[in-house]
Each structure stands twice: as C-alpha cells, then as structure tokens.
Design a protein around this ligand. Sequence first.
Ligand code: AMP
Length: 281
Amino acid sequence: MLLLKEVEDVIQFIEKQKQTNKSIGFVPTMGALHKGHFSLLSQSKKENELTVCSIFVNPTQFNNQEDLNKYPKPLKEDLQCLAQSESCDLVFIPSIEEIYPDGTTLKKPFPLGNLENIFEGEHRPGHFQGVVQIVHKLLNIITPDNLYMGQKDYQQCLIIKRLIEIEKLHIRLVTCPIHREEDGLAFSSRNRRLTPSQRILAGLIYQCLVSIQAQKEQKDFSTVKKECLDLLQKKGFQPDYVALADAKNLSPMDNYEANHETIALIAASLGNIRLIDNLIL
Ligand code: AMP
C-alpha cells in the first residue's frame, strides 16, 4: 500500500496508472475506520484494478466546532488496519493546507437546490456545501471511474449525484448498503464516543426504523412517528427528525404511500453525539 500526502504526488501517480488503462475506484473517508468503510473498500477492490482511499477530516463540512474538535482521529491505527487488510492500493492523507492552500472559504456555492436545506441540511447549515467542496477537490485529484459512498449518508449520496451532474463528471457513483452492529446500530466513527450506557441505548434508532417499516400497513405515519419520538425522548435522545421521504429526491412525505419508493430517516443526539440512520421501506 502506497501512502501519499501531497496532491502533486497523487496526480503524478494516477497519471502513470491511467497510462495502463487501469480502472480506479475511490473511497473518500474521514478516518476512524470501521466495518462500513471496509465494505466500501472491498466493493471497490472487486470492481477496479486500483483502489484509492482518502482520510481527511474536512473542516468545512462541520457546522459545529466542538464536533470537529472531538471527531476521532486515530490515524496510526487506521493506516495499520488498511495495510494489514490490503484494502486499498493508495491511501491519501493530505493536510488541511494541502487541500485548501487558498483558505477554506468557498468562493461560489454549488447550486444544490432544496436538497441542501432539508433534513441534514436544515440541522447542519452549510454542511453539504462543505461536503461538495471537498468531494469535488478530491475527485479532481483522483479522477476515479467509480466512487463508493454509503447509503448510511443517503442525503450525501444524492448531493454527490447532483455534483456529478452539475460538473458533468464521467464518474459512476456506487451507493453501498449500510453495515450494522448486531443490535442494528449503523457503524459510524462517532460511535466510538458513546459511553457504554449510551452505546446500549443507541440501537433504539434502528429499532424505530424497523417499527416504521413494520407498521406501514397498519397505522398512519403520524401515529408511528409520535410513538418513535416519544420513545426516543423517554430514553434520553434529543431527536432532530423522524421522517418519511421520497427515496428518489428526499421530498418529505406526510404518510405511507403504496407503490412509492420511500425512505425512513432518523437523526437524534445522545448527549452531544449526533447519530443518523435510514431504511428504505
Ligand atoms: P465518513 O468517514 O463518515 O465520512 O464515511 C465515509 C464513507 O463511508 C461515506 O460514504 C459513508 O456513507 C460510508 N459509511 C459510513 N458508515 C457506514 C456504514 N455503517 N455502512 C456503510 N457505509 C458507511
């Protein structure tokens, strides 16, 4: 596994690989790697001759300074796991200065439409502009054929799909399934920050998603939503939303609709740790 820190070195390496027509798969991450990340890498390995992983905790997508400061950054451990598992051919770990030599201010916002103002966008103002800013930069450096992202961040996948359309990039976006712990909690780098008692409670988010799915033919969504909100609050969560949306464009839906591809979404904090999850019904 090759490890590079500088943009120029990556560009040169990729150029060389492209001379032999190697297909390139790319998995952008913020590190604190877990099984979810490794599932993306393994899919890329299966489908490409070269797999690139980046680890970069992008400051511009954090709307909360404390969340950024406390974001886990076990770089040494991550690099060891990547090397031992032979999950990628190149790992790119740039510094902030390397990625943002002219500062982190976004010169011109990307036209993302209403998708950036709902759900995660509403609760994390500016988050998706930051995501698009970093992913756009990384895509220009790595120029992959295939980009692997997780359904766990469903709205992010739709936002990146939009970026690919806006910039007319020749990149295939592959949305990979959510990997979960035994109790259903979606793997997340933020899970490391949960205390043992919070960790036990955290599986409740997935249980709520499952109950939203199980009750779709029996009750109105407003009733199920209230049950979920009450239960989450009773157990000490601060829910931001429990919602249904059109899986194609995330337009919010008031109720279940038969024959309509629907996604259930939940965001809730335990203490100051914010967790998100979703389930396609
Ligand atoms: P992050 O490091 O949190 O920015 O995540 C990097 C990529 O891994 C994103 O595309 C995430 O959607 C994806 N990812 C995060 N958690 C999971 C999971 N539990 N299962 C599958 N993919 C995931």
